[in-house]
Design a protein around this ligand. Sequence first.
Ligand code: CO
Length: 464
Amino acid sequence: MSKIKITETVLRDAHQSLLATRMTTDEMLPIAEKLDEVGYYSLEAWGGATFDACMRFLDEDPWERLRALKKVIKKTPIQMLLRGQNILGYKHYPDDVVTEFVMKSVENGVDIIRIFDALNDVRNLETAIKATKKAGAHAQAAIVYTISPVHNIEHYLKVAKSFQDMGADSICIKDMSGILTPYTAYDLVKALKSTIHIPLQLHSHYTAGMAAMTYLKAIEAGVDVVDTAISPLALGTSQPATETIVAVLQNTEYDTELDLRLLSEIADYFKKVKSNHTKGNDLSLLMGVDTDVLHYQIPGGMLSNLISQLKQQNALYKYNEVLKEVPCVREDLGYPPLVTPMSQMVGTQAVLNVITGEKYKIVPKEIKDYVKGLYGKPPAPISDKIRKMIIGDEDVIIERPANLLTPQLENIRNEMKEYYEQEEDVLSYALFPQVAIKFFEYRRAKKYKIDSSLVNMDDETYPV
Ligand code: CO
């Protein structure tokens, strides 16, 4: 008997995928208690793009959101997504910042941290896994799934084995583009389950219309947990619907034992939340079935990025050329998986190659750093010819990139001290300095208005 467990993604990946990460804490809190009643394995509710989006678009403190959720969600573990040494940003941070971020995340309410590295370079997860364990939380190490000549089952087994040896409490297969087909999933899960002894979880996206079938085959092969989203925020570029998976498995040996009536009440609530965000917004681009993703392997978010970059250059007519250039750049660079931050980097390089009409005539600093080894080890070696075109005779490092970074926390604390209200502010600033300052200033102004409205006893004068 292997009861299947469910991670609900509605508070993180689902709205990141369908609503541009705009769900507010006020929209989450009224339903949080009911979500806590369901009996999910975990609620993914923090990290990924939500941290940045909270401050940048919603004038919210992400730490405050976490504390508010934790107050209501008492039984179900709260899960977050962390980009290893990139934390929730787009570059490598020194170990002291990574460790402090993990400690504060756990202190404020995170129970499970899903950690990944865009290159599956296990050294980039070391510090985060160690800190998670030290903080007393569950460290889940995620293998990024992609398709390339070097990304075969042996590669994934090797990565999973290293994670287990590093002390990970569970492993996740992270299929961020929704390209894992049902039969490949079956073979991959079978192989992983016979190699590792810690639990295995599967995370996929419905983009190509396959993920529910992929989950079923993975379940038959022995996966322990799958990620789903409550139906109003499922499908399309999001996860398979929670209710579907629960209904499919009912009265089988895999029965999730979750209550469909309760899920239906939750779905009713999120229908309203969804409509708050979709007025006048066409979701059809995100909701269709897109099997081109299997060919180009370009995740949805990256496509919209490419389009906006081309528009800026008045070169939208070169869109198809860029689509074809992406796999070439990826091959030149040793087949990095197209996940943050590699997806943005590879996409930008492809646009530059097409617009200049010459390969690697202009190369962004990030791509140079990548070729120098500063993001970790490329999955396949980069040829001497390509390396010379990009960095000339400059050295390539082979050690763990963060070994070269000196501790920074104290400098950062000094830099932002005029805004300091809580220790967590130092970390918000460390990751997104400009966005954080803007938010800190907003917070200060708001505080002032609240104080003065109390004095005046007239809230009409002070718009919220
Ligand atoms: Co995802």
